[in-house]
Design a protein around this ligand. Structure first.
Ligand SMILES: [Zn+2]
Ligand SMILES: [Zn+2]
Length: 388
């Protein structure tokens, strides 16, 4: 194992299990954040900033020589999904579990911290970011808006996501777009209630709701070209109350819009709003709407991609170039839109339970691979700069 990871593995694996047991949802990662800050303190960073964009933490390790500033990012949050796994480190928080493996991501970045503590960095600086609220798409933006982050003046950013469905230790890469852009839309139709015996005296949004569900679901077919993927997934629809004597007066439709291309997403947003507006008009309803949880596409820079590729080759990892981007979204896209860098995937087993499944647990076996990848990328950048 390169980079003397072996001697820290026991500590890092235990840390992963502690984090798993204290799972906290987006925006409420106080205990996790405190625990990580304590750990980072022990790695003697040159700077440690807490309360970044909420519960976020930044730990900076400087070489003392001029050179590029590299950001390595991981996430603090778990999900409101119960932890259905039989292990002694099972989540202690009812209904909350680390079902996206962010506990594993944190553990790997903590491993990087232990190695940076050895002061082997040849040039420039490395900052480790423990980001809050990834799952709701709010965390990255809030971190970026925070002055403590803006002071950093970064040159590169990198992150990884663990991937069930891929061979253990396999490096999954993408040129250009890595993960989709997406946004949530909430449409509220407001009519008026009436006695169920006299729906004609009220304004029921029942048909408006039904037609909107249909029109949203088929929108990609009409508004996106064949070569560009787009999806509108209706995630919730709600009409009136459980009151058999009442013709309903209110309805809500919620959908997630998803593309690989920011411009197409903008077009699709306009189309979906048009659909909702026109439907409201047809049935003489009033309509309001809200956009929630926006995620830009996560786009890998050429340079960032090459560095990941070089690192994976040097570590002799099995590299898989994915033919199309991931259709899920990642708020790391907020970083890659400003800072050149890349996100890559790390396989945790072909038969492994899926992300966000109740039976999912991170795979400890890949911890050294993740640490090595980040360390190799850091080494490539800081050593090449030193030779110039
Ligand atoms: Zn997730
Ligand atoms: Zn995740």
């Amino acid at each position: 194992m390169p980079f003397n990871i072996e001697q820290h593995l026991d500590e890092i694996t235990k840390l992963r299990h502690r984090l798993h047991a204290m799972a906290e949802v987006s925006g409420e990662e106080q205990d996790t954040s405190e625990y990580i800050a304590d750990f980072l303190e022990s790695t003697k960073p040159d700077q440690l900033k807490t309360g970044v964009g909420g519960n976020g933490i930044l730990a900076t390790y400087a070489s003392g020589n001029a050179g590029p500033h590299i950001l390595i990012r991981c996430e603090l949050d778990a999900l409101p999904i119960s932890d259905q796994i039989e292990v002694d480190y099972r989540s202690q928080t009812e209904g909350v579990g680390h079902k996206c493996g962010h506990d594993g991501h944190m553990a790997m970045v903590c491993g990087v911290a232990r190695l940076l503590q050895q002061r082997t960095l040849q040039s420039g600086k490395v900052t480790l970011l423990f980001q809050p609220a990834e799952e709701t798409g709010k965390g990255a933006e809030r971190v970026i808006e925070d002055e403590q982050f803006q002071e950093l003046d970064l040159d590169y950013c990198f992150a990884l996501h663990n991937l069930p469905g891929f061979e253990k230790h396999q490096l999954v890469m993408r040129k250009d777009v890595f993960a989709a852009a997406s946004v949530g839309l909430i449409v509220n139709f407001q009519g008026s209630t009436a006695h169920a015996a006299h729906p004609e005296e009220g304004k029921s949004p029942a048909l408006a709701m039904a037609q909107t569900v249909q029109a949203f679901s088929s929108a990609p077919q009409f508004y996106s070209p064949l070569e560009k993927a787009a999806k509108v997934t209706v995630i919730n629809a709600n009409l009136g109350e459980r009151a058999f004597g009442t013709s309903p007066g209110k309805a809500t439709v919620m959908a997630t819009l998803r593309t690989y291309d920011g411009d197409l997403l903008e077009k699709l947003k306009t189309k979906c709003l048009d659909i909702a507006r026109r439907t409201a008009e047809t049935y003489e309803l009033s309509m309001d709407y809200e956009w929630v949880e926006p995620f830009p596409a996560t786009t890998n820079a050429k340079d960032g991609y090459k560095l990941v590729q070089l690192a994976a080759e040097k570590l002799e990892l099995n590299i898989y170039e994915k033919p199309s981007p991931f259709s899920w979204s990642e708020d790391f896209g907020h970083f890659t839109s400003d800072i050149p860098g890349a996100m890559f995937g790390l396989g945790i087993g072909e038969e492994h339970p899926a992300l966000h499944a109740e039976s999912y647990d991170f795979e400890d076996e890949v911890i050294p691979t993740g640490i090595s990848m980040f360390m190799q990328i850091i080494t490539e950048i800081s050593s090449s700069n030193n030779n110039e």
